[in-house]
Design a protein around this ligand. Structure first.
Ligand SMILES: Cc1cc2nc3c(=O)[nH]c(=O)nc-3n(C[C@H](O)[C@H](O)[C@H](O)COP(=O)(O)OP(=O)(O)OC[C@H]3O[C@@H](n4cnc5c(N)ncnc54)[C@H](O)[C@@H]3O)c2cc1C
Length: 603
């Protein structure tokens, strides 16, 4: 396929022109082309995997070890995706050797029961597991202990301790299941160097999960193509027949890669695609630009869009908007674009120039007030984000019992909702949230309020000698309304009065402690951070993609955050589904019927 043909298909020069400059086409337009088979294939392999993260590497290795040749394409100039930026906390249970070693009794049936229990709810009433697809969960439950041992056999070292709850979200109430991938001496993407030797066997990190898998993929003979971004999937016809391969953008040139057996989508979800994410929640406008895992990799919905363009259905959409877990989080670092609490970009990182700053880590939210775009407080700053289920969170737990919900103490956990509520001008989105503080607060927190700790260059941090001047200075891409100086002054004066009175009469912050009175004054970006994708392409238990008629799209598989029907934070479902998809894709034959099986079932 050539650029010329592409231009013709698009009916104009827009996307083709973008490709010619080397920039990526918008996934919303490029992937929605339902491409016909190209006149000529540039490359081919039995199995083509799209995305080299926590699901893509397992998929590639499993397919290769099952005898298939594998090409793995990756959009970025580096591998690993969010998997490598992650905390490496991997909730694989069901009776792993590690659980047995520490006397924890678990089984696939218990994993399944936990992750489909309708009765488990959060303190705000939102259910964790009610909208999971039982077929998808059954496959996960059955493969969980297998994949734990498989990861170990492929070089992943787990910290030698009993499985616990650290880093888990929606992993089941009955027993602890979190294992922690030891970082070992792999260089970390966050810092560009290995961890201190004293911590290498005890520090959990996604680098310790992904780098051994990458080495295993190389050893197995998986061909990895960097800077190859999948833009569309080829099918025999737009809505029928089997999947044939993919179109890839490589530095402005379109490459057609044939998959003799199958294509596996492992692209990591949709949170960086503004228009896509707003289908789930209209509030998530452009200012939520600090997505966790960026700028290492994007979750731009290119996998979902390419699959939808050839008929795929989406699945379990509640799981994206349910108010639990880490889909929208409160930042822990302020004054920088990327403030996710478990990801600190340091100057040695290969992507630090794009990250911009490390950020100021907030130890005590008493040290700042949070104001919206127009300088008004909106909630108790010490309040936290949504919660989620984990081992023993529901006390006196009894599976499928109405008592579980009754036993949860009610707490609406509305910090995020208040931050996203907007400023009353009829527009969607909460707008930027700014942490306002003074020189005394910087001293208490031991913050160094200069680059590279804060990002002054791109407008994520401002300082001034007066509050009025500070408000006037806050000008950046997402500040669509000026902050009225008198509004910020009035907000701070009122808050200082609450400190004198020992009570926050507006938002009930527990005993406000510190006045904001000593110049210079600061405004640091503290806008909520988007994180998990928990809804996506419909799959069955074999990770085959299902279309809008409930039928399998032959030769198309999907895994990880791009797959729907499973609400759980990350790595276990990604690795497990990658393993399932890789094995099944390799088992396809070239002679299989072009209409495929109907394992998806009608609904
Ligand atoms: C900071 C952070 C901490 C986390 N900590 C944990 C944790 O401790 N425990 C846990 O369970 N989960 C954690 N997670 C979540 C976990 O990392 C993800 O759920 C998991 O990596 C998802 O795997 P994936 O394969 O779906 O996506 P990814 O690992 O993100 O991989 C997707 C890959 O696909 C590539 N790609 C995307 N589109 C294309 C395209 N069109 N063409 C080619 N390539 C493409 C991307 O560049 C990326 O490399 C964390 C995530 C982050 C960001």
């Amino acid at each position: 396929m050539t650029i010329g043909r592409r231009k013709l298909l698009l009916g104009g020069g827009g996307v083709a022109a973008t490709l010619a400059t080397g920039a990526y086409a918008s996934p919303n337009t490029a992937a929605l082309e339902a491409l016909r088979p190209p006149p000529k294939w540039n490359r081919e392999a039995d199995v083509v995997v799209v995305g080299s993260g926590a699901s893509g590497f397992p998929a590639s290795i499993a397919a290769r070890e099952a005898g298939a040749s594998v090409i793995l394409v990756e959009a970025q100039p580096h591998t690993g995706g969010h998997g490598t930026c992650s905390g490496g906390n991997v909730p694989l249970g069901g009776g792993t050797s590690r659980q047995k070693k520490y006397g924890i009794e678990d089984s696939p049936d218990l994993v399944f029961r936990d992750l489909t229990d309708w009765s488990v709810v959060e303190t705000n009433g939102f259910p964790d597991y009610r909208y999971n697809d039982p077929e998808v969960i059954r496959a996960f439950a059955d493969n969980s202990p297998v994949v734990f041992e498989w990861l170990v056999a492929h070089g992943v070292v787990f910290v030698d301790k009993a499985p616990d709850t650290l880093g888990g979200s929606a992993v089941g109430n009955s027993v602890p299941r979190e294992n922690h991938a030891a970082v070992m001496n792999w260089p970390m993407v966050q810092t560009g160097k290995p961890a201190d030797p004293s911590e290498q066997a005890t520090m959990s990190s996604g680098n310790g999960l992904i780098r051994p898998l990458e080495a295993a993929a190389q050893k197995a003979g998986v061909e990895v193509l960097l800077e190859h971004k999948m833009t569309a999937i080829y099918r025999q016809t737009a809505r029928s027949g089997r999947v044939l391969g993919i179109a890839v953008d490589h530095k402005g040139t379109t490459v057609a890669i044939r998959a003799r057996k199958a294509v596996i989508i492992a692209t990591g979800g949709h949170t960086t695609n503004v228009n896509f994410r707003r289908m789930f929640d209209p509030r998530l406008t452009e200012e939520y630009c600090g997505v966790a895992g960026m700028p290492w990799s994007e979750q731009d919905a290119s996998g979902e869009l390419a699959a939808m363009a050839i008929g795929a259905s989406l699945w379990g959409l509640y799981n994206q908007t349910g108010e639990f877990g880490d889909t929208i989080t409160k930042p822990a670092q302020i004054g920088c674009q990327y403030g996710y609490r478990n990801l600190h970009w340091e100057p040695g990182s290969p992507v630090f120039d794009r990250a911009g700053a490390t950020g100021l880590h907030v130890d005590d939210w008493q040290d700042v007030i949070l104001v919206n775009m127009v300088g008004k407080r909106f909630y108790d700053e010490t309040a936290e984000q949504y919660t989620s289920n984990n081992y023993d969170v529901v006390k006196n737990y009894k599976a499928d019992s109405y008592l579980n919900a009754k036993n949860m103490p009610y707490n609406p956990r509305n910090f995020i909702n208040a931050a996203l509520a907007g400023v009353g001008d009829g527009k969607s989105g909460g707008g930027p949230i700014w942490a306002i503080f003074d020189a005394d607060a910087a001293g208490r927190e031991k913050w160094d309020v200069k680059p590279p700790h804060v990002d002054t260059k791109r407008g994520f941090f401002f300082s001034a000698d007066t509050l009025a001047e500070l408000a006037r200075k806050i000008q950046m891409k997402y500040q669509r309304l000026p902050m009225p100086p008198d509004a910020l002054e009035a907000t701070v004066a009122r808050y200082n009065g609450f400190v004198d009175a020992g009570e926050d009469a507006e938002f009930g912050k527990p005993k406000p402690l510190h006045k904001i009175a000593t110049p210079p004054f600061y405004a640091a970006w503290a806008t909520p951070v988007l994180h998990d994708t928990r809804s996506g392409v419909r799959i069955n238990g074999s990770c085959q993609v299902i279309d809008m008629d409930g039928d399998v799209i032959p030769r198309l598989y999907c895994c990880g955050e791009t797959a729907g029907g499973f609400s759980q934070h990350g790595l276990a479902r990604a690795t497990c589904q990658g393993y399932i998809a890789g094995k099944n894709a390799a088992a396809e034959t070239e002679t299989a019927s072009s209409t495929g099986s109907r394992k998806g079932g009608k609904s």
